[in-house]
Write a protein that binds this ligand. Structure first.
Ligand SMILES: [Zn+2]
Length: 335
């Protein structure tokens, strides 16, 4: 076992390595963004537009905490980084379940990250900003953890998750007086696959997230749901849905038309209209599913959209295009 002084040296070196990795990551990002300038990581322009706070549900007090172990605290001015995570598990796993696991199995003081962004765009605060919680190895003290619910080794966050997560991160950066370069994926500062392989390969959702953040920072962000759109997107509370999004096929062979769409958005897929009734959103593929079935789904409180075309090839082209452009729906805004 290392002696205490050796441990200190190792800790120092680890800190230094992490710092260098961070600086390298920032430099890489600036290169990737094509911004050849040497803008510092902190101190955005004094004329930068304000970022309004997003809706945040603070559930800190409702989450399990360790009876004796406590996280250290800090001043908010110590925060220099926003670290993006994924939960790495099904998006249906709640903050409470994650906190329970951390407390009971890992013997942590509580949940690791500070914010959780759910597939429907709900933002939950799970630790106070002044809490030095456990999510970024040696850099917990100087960072805030924002986790996206889901496992993004396959698939990507929903459009709503990107939009709301982008708003949250932009607001944090502006509030903490940091620039976009201070947003890093967990893997940029530690040896971890988090926030998933799709973060920086495949769908490269870090790009979509950075765009969403930049839209807020530049003051050009639009509300995710246009003010003129009065169509209620949420089903009535009486019809609680257990499935987020169901892709309803006329026949099982239609699935080949939606290969890329399914890979991108990972809906529940099937030919069962009864099961589809349990979904908040239903995408009907093609014209085989009857108008009566469609009406029944609407009556059950589902948000229904039909993707149809003159030929299977046309339907496939439409679905491929939606996958490519990240549009889960054609008619529902901000999902
Ligand atoms: Zn992580």
């Amino acid at each position: 076992a290392p002696t205490p002084s050796e441990s200190e040296t190792i800790a120092d070196l680890k800190e230094r390595i992490a710092e260098l990795e961070f600086q390298l990551a920032v430099a890489r990002k600036q290169l990737a963004n094509g911004s050849g300038d040497s803008a510092p990581v902190t101190s955005p322009a004094p004329t930068a537009p304000a970022v309004p706070p997003p809706a945040i549900e603070n559930i800190v007090a409702q989450l399990p905490h360790h009876p004796t172990v406590q996280y250290p605290t800090r001043t908010v001015s110590e925060i220099k980084m926003v670290v993006v995570h994924h939960t790495g598990v099904s998006p249906t796993i709640t903050a409470r379940e994650i906190a329970e696991f951390r407390v009971q199995k890992n013997n942590w003081a509580g949940i690791g990250f500070h914010f959780l962004v759910l597939p429907d765009g709900t933002i939950q605060q799970t630790n106070e900003l002044t809490t030095v919680s456990r999510h970024a190895g040696d850099q917990n003290r100087e960072s805030v953890g924002v986790s996206f619910a889901g496992n993004f080794n396959t698939g990507s966050p929903t459009a709503q998750q990107i939009a709301q997560g982008g708003h949250l991160i932009a607001w944090l950066l502006r509030t903490l007086n940091l620039s976009i370069g201070a947003m890093v994926g967990h893997k940029a500062i530690a040896s971890t696959p988090c926030p998933g392989t799709q973060w920086d390969s495949g769908s490269r959702w870090q790009n979509s997230l950075r765009q969403a953040v930049n839209r807020w920072l530049s003051g050009s962000a639009q509300p995710t749901v246009p003010a003129t759109d009065t169509t209620p997107v949420q089903p009535p509370p009486s019809s609680a849905k257990t499935i987020f999004h169901y892709l309803l096929l006329g026949s099982a062979t239609d699935q080949s038309l939606a290969t890329n769409y399914i890979a991108k958005f990972q809906p529940t897929v099937g030919t069962d209209a009864g099961q589809a009734q349990q979904a908040r959103y239903v995408t009907i593929v093609g014209s085989t599913v009857s108008a009566a079935t469609e009406q029944k789904l609407r009556a059950a409180g589902c948000n229904v959209e039909r993707v149809a075309g003159n030929s299977p090839l046309a339907i496939r082209a439409l679905l491929d295009n939606m996958a490519r452009t990240g549009r889960r729906f054609l008619t529902f805004q901000g999902v």
